[in-house]
Design a protein around this ligand. Sequence first.
Ligand code: SF4
Ligand code: FES
Length: 360
Amino acid sequence: MSVNPPIAMLAELTHRCPLSCPYCSNPVELTRRDAELDTATWADVFRQAADLGVLQLHLSGGEPVTRRDLVDLVVAAREAGLYTNLITSGIGLTEKRLKELDAAGLDHIQLSLQGTDAEMADRIGGYRGGFARKMDVARWIGEIGFPLTLNAVLHRQNLHQLPRAIEMAVEMGARRIEVATVQFHGWALLSRDALMPTRDQAREADAIVAEARARLKGTLVIDYVPADYHSDYPKRCMGGWGTTGLNVAPDGLVLPCHAAQTIPGLAFDRVQDRPLREIWYEGRAFNAYRGTDWMPEPCASCERKHIDFGGCRCQAMALVGDAAATDPTCIKSPHHAALQARADAFAAGEAAFTARAAAG
Ligand code: SF4
Ligand code: FES
């Protein structure tokens, strides 16, 4: 099969983060600060990525703002010719630092929203005063003129705030809001009972998004990730394994998706050991689930196999213990009915969530 170059790279600069959101998709084994790639190595990775064909660089974490060299990293990315997007909670950003990032050439900011009021946001993020600081950051972002996307992860405890989250995006002048129902990877899997939306909430969110999309057409783009445990078909995870994007973890491991390390038996390369181009085209992990040849039934003979590529490999691993299985959120999976029953049982629970730990 012919393999196209990746379009986007997610650089997880660090796992350190001042917040402790229970929905975090970082691995439960967090990378320590002393294992993080240094500035020069990241700059080299950015050059290699641009040379490979990557156009967009997403600077992520943990909280990427905790990297003291963030401005230098943005300079390096811009010198490599990459479009740079900073994915942040805003905590740690000052007006001065934002101006420095603007001068360095940062193209876009994606600001996360844990809740639409201080009570919810500070409880979910585990950081008192965080909401007020985020609102300051949002104001500075508007004054400087960065293009802004608001990013709201929704779950059973804050889904009722979806209409207000959409309103806030409009008030902040955001061009786009990403409404993502929690995905259960990494830390989030530990809090599935506490975060799983109910079936009614999932349906209501579908309706709210549909109404808002029609009403705000031309003003705000709404990207929506529905609650897949309550859906009939899975999401096209990562746009298809090894087709459009790659992730580089804080310690240099190159991953086909952020949760790929949960799949036992996959061998990953590090940017310190092998050129990025070789990893993308020849790396064993990237080729493991590329295309459709690896698919078992029912995906192998399904008319949707080029639409969703069988869903999410990491979800199949987490839910049925086989990364090559049809994602059980698909109605054609033999595990689908049992999964939906489990989803309803999780959503009926009263469990408290597990806050994400701090990285050492
Ligand atoms: Fe997608 Fe496989 Fe389900 Fe078909 S059977 S819809 S390819 S997950
Ligand atoms: Fe790994 Fe979906 S998160 S394939």
